[in-house]
Design a protein around this ligand. Structure first.
Ligand code: URA
Length: 270
């Protein structure tokens, strides 16, 4: 029996025990069962959460959108005592060292510098992009080109200076010509990201763009359908929004991005 169904059955039994009369299958219950079954719940499906998670002060918060309902839930992996994982036990710098000497996929052959990620170990927000571009490859630092400048501005707009945020990517080496990373490259590289997130234990993850969202949530759903719900990555709230490079191409996405990042900010403050 699915988790949602099980919960529903328990709810019926409890009502029965309390002699509460007939059940009306309302929005809230539908949402609960669907969320527990790992389905995405659209904002229109859920009851209002007006006022939840608001903090006082800060311009970013003027007219900030309500915190949306739950989306995809990615549970933590079952631990395997027999796996000798070279990443286990490494701290952030230890992971970065491994990344810099990594040759697990073909991207290592064409890189100038690997780009492990940067930011404080106590960061409450982790931003995950797709992969380094030309400037990042030259410098070994994430999001320092044009898209990076925009990201810095976006973070500032929600009262988070860039140096308080951990910024990294799904793949740590530049795909030639800035093409999308291939499945095999992501598969080889993603354990570094998983370990970074495990070490950091942030309050919120902001997945910027389709590659970050699809990889972390293990889904093929479109970016549009993944926005405006709060997913859970191994217990950490995860918000999906557009990639800054996409915003440079399509300024119409700036407003929805502004909404998304303010939701992420509210979750950081919760
Ligand atoms: N785009 C990304 O996804 N990451 C970077 O670091 C730079 C551009």
């Amino acid at each position: 029996m699915s988790k949602g169904r099980e919960l529903f059955e328990r709810y019926l039994q409890q009502r029965d025990a309390m002699d509460e009369g007939p059940v009306v299958l309302g929005q809230e219950l539908t949402q609960m069962t669907r969320a527990h079954d790992g389905q995405t719940v659209r904002p229109s499906d859920r009851p209002s959460s007006r006022g939840v998670g608001r903090s006082k002060g800060g311009k970013w918060q003027d007219g900030a959108p309500e915190i949306p309902g739950p989306g995809i839930v990615v549970p933590p992996p079952a631990s395997d005592l027999f796996t000798a994982d070279e990443l286990a036990g490494r701290d952030l710098e230890g992971v970065a060292e491994l990344v810099r000497s990594c040759t697990r996929c073909q991207l290592s052959a064409s890189r100038t510098n690997a780009v492990p990620g940067e930011g404080p170990s106590g960061a409450k927000l982790v931003v995950v992009g797709e992969g380094p571009g030309a400037t990042e490859d030259e410098t070994g630092r994430p999001f320092v080109g044009r898209a990076g400048e925009l990201l810095t501005g976006i973070l500032k707009s929600i009262g988070l200076p860039r140096d308080q945020v951990y910024i990294c990517n799904v793949v740590k080496c530049r795909p030639p010509g800035n093409r999308k990373p291939q499945h095999e490259e992501i598969e080889q590289c993603v354990p570094y990201l998983h370990r970074q997130l495990e070490i950091l234990g942030p309050k919120v993850i902001l997945a910027m763009g389709g590659t970050a969202a699809e990889t972390l949530l293990n889904t093929k759903q479109s970016l549009g359908s993944l926005r405006n719900v709060v997913h859970s990555f191994r217990g950490t709230p995860l918000v999906v929004t557009y990639h800054p490079a996409a915003l440079l191409r399509n300024p119409n996405w700036k407003k929805p991005t502004w909404d998304d990042v303010r939701i992420a900010r509210q979750l950081v403050d919760r």
